[in-house]
Ligand binder design. Structure first.
Ligand code: SF4
Length: 692
């Protein structure tokens, strides 16, 4: 601060990540954006959270503290899908774990409050964003309150928050109080009561009777006598003039009737079931999750309200996506493109991974239920201009120390959604589909990849660029619509292997994931092989799969294991489902119901694998070739009544137990107890022991 000649900061940002001045790191984007608006921004990265002192390092900010856990949710960062503590942290110098607290947004907010009680606190980033309403928390196995309550922050910004943050900063700088900022898109706030004059769509229940009469307005007094002469025009003439200052009551409409009602969209909110209700009723939780996802299109979403004890969480409509020139503005800010010099030579793994890659877009219209990108970045694709992207490639070439000529990725949440959007703005504004590509690719979706193809070609032509790899996930069902793109990709941008993510082979699971059928994979493989051959290259697809996803039975995993074996895949890295906050699949996991369809108490039940041992069994099917898994799989197959799958035949999954092995340790049953009486041997092993 002294070097800059500042006596104080206007805004102090606190983050759980190391500070890397690069547009792939949220804190750098936010800091540079605020700086470009004329604010003096200080950043406290990975402070020691044991006391408030480190949060006073830059003094009291003139406007507010901005708090984020970092690029990842702090609990996903710290624990594996099986709830084991991770030993590393990709966002910390040296990859060291333990530099941020669990539930970092809450902890940092509390420390900032302790440091300077009256300073406004603004929370944002992925952790706050995905915890904006009551949410199932996998780590404590319970539904938690909105993070706004637990953090005691003043306002929560969700999604990509440039617009909202700049608005909050300018309003505070203009002398407004943070409590006045009640209607900024992309924010959630805490209210004592909902404002008057609004219409409430009551979506707090799922057991409405089949026929509902319009709800009478409790504030409306109808005098039976005056009603009888309601057609008398004199009564209108004599009516008292409307007082515009008078309080207007809230009008309440039951959810099933809202389509029949004439609503002012800008003065209508949806009331979700309260925290206390969703906490105790998983079906209502699934319903609330469904409503939240349906209200995600910024062009037609309504305000959501959820009661938390005596307070109301008021979630304003989602942010309007950035236009291309605004995206360029964000990415063209003067990033140094390297970690803060105070880290010296310590490597920050996440930075090493992305330092030569370029983010070309935001958003995803895939809607995979296990992923939270759509909940955070939205379904509408926000793309940078070709010029801005190519300029960044040149900057990497010129500024990144040790650049070897390879751009490691031109991508984003997916590889191939750049500049693809709904063909009709009008249709898009009315759309409430959760995915543009599931169950089928929407007829209104632009699927011509020409902009991406051109971009690849131009990037390759830049002097000093030897190779451009594509590492972001390919939505291959979409790519199939544009063979020219696939040929370009396969010929120039695949270095022998292309990772893709069918995630499963069985419809039972794929339908809960909102992923395309495995036949799309087969079609893509055919195209991939054809173009690889044409290019004179021997290349392979590396498919990724998830075990234990909601809806997956052991029989589905067996089918997937057999599919892998038939296709000669022996996956090394496999995943089990990780219930991340706010994802639709997490709502399935918690409730055992399917929020992709209307939720009722009688609606479809989804099979869920919760116990660690059961999750391990499902994971073992993906690594059927690993000898260590064979005892577990044999036992699981026996329990499923599928002993026919044990043997050395090409259609069997695991080899039979060798006779000599039967005298060893008996296999563990799923419950963890030895399988007594099965392979424990036919003799008394105690006789083999030495006598004391
Ligand atoms: S109409 Fe189709 S392409 Fe357009 S936003 Fe909706 S699902 Fe996507």
């Amino acid at each position: 601060m002294d070097a800059l000649g500042w006596d104080s900061c206007d805004i102090i940002l606190v983050t759980g990540d190391a500070y890397v001045d690069h547009p792939s790191f949220g804190m750098a984007v936010i800091g540079r954006m605020l700086e470009s608006q004329g604010f003096r921004v200080g950043i406290i990265a990975q402070p020691d959270w044991q006391s408030a002192e480190p949060f006073k390092a830059l003094g009291e900010p003139n406007l507010f503290f901005g708090i984020t856990a970092g690029n990842m949710d702090s609990l996903i960062n710290a624990y594996t899908a099986d709830l084991r503590l991770r030993t590393d942290d990709a966002y910390t110098p040296g990859g060291m774990a333990g530099k941020r607290p669990d539930r970092a947004v809450i902890v940092y907010s509390q420390r900032c409050r302790e440091a300077y009680y009256n300073t406004p606190i603004v929370i944002g980033g992925i952790e706050a964003s995905l915890r904006r309403i009551a949410q199932y928390d996998y780590w404590s196995d319970k539904v938690r309150k909105s993070v706004l309550i637990d953090s005691n922050a003043d306002i929560l910004l969700y999604g990509n928050a440039e617009r909202a943050l700049v608005e909050v900063a300018h309003q505070l700088a203009a002398g407004h109080s943070i409590s006045e900022m009640t209607r900024i898109r992309g924010t959630a706030i805490l209210l004592d009561s909902v404002p008057e004059g609004w219409t409430e769509i009551d979506s707090t229940r799922i057991d409405w009777p089949s026929k509902i009469d319009a709800m009478p307005n409790p504030y409306e007094y109808k005098d039976p006598e005056s009603q009888s002469c309601a057609t008398d025009s004199s009564s209108e003439k004599d009516a008292a003039p409307v007082d515009p200052q008078a309080a207007t009551p809230i009008r309440i409409i039951p959810m099933p009737l809202h389509r029949k009602s004439d609503l002012d969209k800008d003065r209508t909110y949806i009331r979700l079931p309260s925290y206390n209700k969703v906490k105790n009723d998983p079906a209502l939780y699934a319903h609330a999750s469904r409503v939240l996802h349906q209200e995600s299109n910024p062009h037609n979403a309504k305000v959501l309200v959820q009661k938390h004890d005596t307070k109301e969480i008021w979630v304003n409509e989602p942010p309007i996506p950035l236009e291309t020139d605004e995206m360029d503005g964000v990415f063209d800010l003067p990033y140094q493109r390297r970690p803060h010099p105070s880290y010296g030579d310590a490597k920050i793994p996440a930075y090493d991974m992305i330092k030569t890659s370029v983010n070309i877009m935001r958003g995803c219209f895939g809607g995979c239920t296990f992923c939270s990108i759509t909940e955070h970045e939205g379904r509408i694709i926000q793309s940078r201009s070709e010029e801005s992207i190519l300029k960044e490639v040149e900057k990497i070439r010129d500024q990144v120390p040790g650049f070897t000529g390879t751009i490691s990725d031109l991508g984003g949440p997916t590889a191939n959604m750049y500049r693809l959007n709904c063909k009709s703005e009008k249709i898009q504004k009315n759309c409430r589909r959760l995915s543009c590509v599931y169950p089928t690719i929407c007829q209104h979706l632009e699927t011509d990849h020409k902009h991406t193809t051109q971009l690849y070609r131009k990037a390759r032509m830049i002097p000093g660029i030897k190779r451009v790899a594509i590492a972001s996930g390919l939505r291959y069902d979409l790519a199939l619509r544009d063979p020219e793109y696939v040929e370009e990709l396969v010929t120039h941008h695949v270095g022998g292997y292309l990772k893709i993510a069918p995630e499963h082979s069985e419809e039972n699971t794929l339908s809960k994931m909102m992923k395309p059928s495995i036949s799309s994979y087969d079609d893509f493989k055919e195209m991939f092989d054809k173009f690889s051959k044409k290019a004179g290259k021997v290349q392979y697809l590396i498919p990724y799969f998830i075990a234990a996803h909601p809806g997956t039975e052991n029989s589905d995993m067996l089918s997937l294991g057999l599919w892998l074996k038939k296709n000669k895949f022996k996956p090394d890295q496999v995943q089990t489902f990780y219930p991340s906050p706010m994802a639709l699949a997490t709502a399935m996991y918690h409730s055992g119901r399917n929020p992709l369809k209307k939720v009722t108490y009688k609606s479809e039940k989804v099979s869920i694998v919760r116990q660690i041992e059961q999750r391990r069994i499902q994971k073992a099917f993906l690594r059927y070739h690993d000898e260590k898994n064979w005892p577990l799989l044999r036992q699981a197959l026996k329990d499923m009544g599928r002993e026919d799958m044990i043997g050395d035949g090409p259609h069997q999954l695991v080899p039979a137990e060798k006779k000599s092995a039967r005298h060893g340790t008996p296999p563990r049953r799923p419950g963890g107890k030895p399988a007594a009486g099965r392979s424990a041997g036919k003799f008394d092993s105690r006789k083999a022991r030495n006598r004391p």
